[in-house]
Design a protein around this ligand. Structure first.
Ligand code: PLP
Length: 366
């Protein structure tokens, strides 16, 4: 692979050549049958990636992962709802923020960033607050690399008769996401993380029975309107507004490529890359934020030695052709950075990155 710049950040990611080549597709209008066929193909293939059954459908919205999350929160929840939000990082905070903006009542179980979710807390809250109608959480808390216990929370949601909404933006295509097994009613993702597509499409895997319930919800949004998206998709295999047509070609190619590789093989490739990265940074004497047992397959959160400036480190790597992110929010001050291995990445590339990290740390040591 010939690249001048390598992305080891958690989106946008490096994409297979055929995804980029899909951008050269001849011009096409989104109201023609050829485009409807592309939408249907993407939907059919994505259902496999979410491990969905016939009770589910896929909705595609031009926008980022936040567009998918905001569509669900703004259109599915109404004044009758009280949402139990379990959060332990930046992206849990963002779900709280979107819910607040849309006036959704939430009962929050907050954890420190990097901490594990305790299932007993979730069950206690469900017992104590019968007014709760839904449970919402992030699958892979990208800001810390923690994988949350979605499967167990899904069982609790089912046991207590609550619907279940999951932000799977950095998990789908990289983790064991299974909406049918885990009783997930809505699961979101985006085109440019583990799916290895280009940025620009928010994706929602939704249970049809729950979508039907939104028919009479008071409309508070025009563009991010879940029911409109659903009805246009069901009746015409189209989107209500003009989609980013070219990016749909790229998404189609990305998901085709994923299924050719095989979902399990893709997940295993990510796992192997994360293992190489974690071994490498530990060999350099660097500490990680979370235990491997709860860490994701695609993001590693690492502390730089205190004496090295994070801004300098990120800049030096960028100049050498490698993009990495510094920690977010409360972790920004603790000299933490993140290495993501999402997209078109293999173990050899991870080893090369580790070498560059080692050299850069040595250069920057006072
Ligand atoms: C878990 C999670 N949710 C939501 C988002 C927001 O996605 P976007 O930046 O595509 O809007 C991200 C982005 O990294 C994420 O990792």
């Amino acid at each position: 692979m010939n690249r001048s710049h390598w992305l080891f950040c958690p989106g946008p990611v490096m994409v297979p050549d055929r995804v980029r080549q899909a951008l050269f597709h001849p011009d096409m209008c989104h109201r023609v049958s050829g485009f409807e066929e592309i939408i249907q193909n993407v939907q059919k293939n994505l259902l496999k990636v979410f491990n969905a059954n016939e009770e589910y459908t896929i909705l595609l919205i031009t926008g980022s992962g936040t567009a998918a999350n905001e569509t669900v929160i703004s259109s599915y929840f109404g004044p009758q709802d009280n949402v139990l939000l379990v959060k332990n990082g930046e992206f849990g905070d963002r779900l709280a923020e979107i819910s607040k903006i849309h006036g959704i009542k939430t009962t929050i179980i907050p954890y420190d960033w990097g901490a594990c979710v305790d299932i007993a807390d979730v069950e206690n809250a469900l017992q104590k607050h019968p007014e709760i109608t839904s449970v919402m959480m992030v699958f892979h808390e990208t800001s810390t690399s923690v994988i949350n216990p979605v499967s167990q929370v899904g069982q609790l949601a089912r046991k207590y008769g609550k619907s279940f909404v999951v932000d799977g933006v950095s998990a789908v295509g990289g983790e064991d996401v299974n909406v049918a097994r885990d009783h997930i009613d809505f699961c979101t993702t985006s085109s440019n993380k583990c799916l290895a597509g280009l940025p620009g499409i928010g994706i929602i895997c939704a249970k049809r029975s729950e979508l039907e319930k939104t028919m009479h919800n008071k409309t508070r949004v025009a563009y991010l309107n879940l029911y409109r998206l659903y009805k246009m998709s069901e009746t015409r295999h189209q989107t209500p507004n003009t989609p980013s047509v070219t990016m749909f070609f790229a998404l189609d190619a990305a998901v085709e490529r994923l299924l050719e590789e095989g979902l399990e093989n893709r997940i295993n490739r990510y796992k192997r890359c994360a293992r190489v990265i974690r071994r490498g940074v530990r060999e350099m004497g660097l500490k990680l934020l979370v235990d491997d047992a709860i860490a994701s397959n695609t993001v590693t959160s690492v502390f730089l030695p205190e004496k090295i400036s994070m801004d300098e480190f990120i800049r030096v790597l960028e100049n050498k052709g490698y993009t990495l992110y510094p920690g977010k929010g409360v972790l920004r001050g603790s000299n933490m950075f993140q290495i993501a291995n999402m997209g078109e990445v293999d173990e050899k590339m991870c080893l090369e990155l580790l070498q560059v990290i080692k050299e850069s740390i040595d250069e920057l040591r006072p």
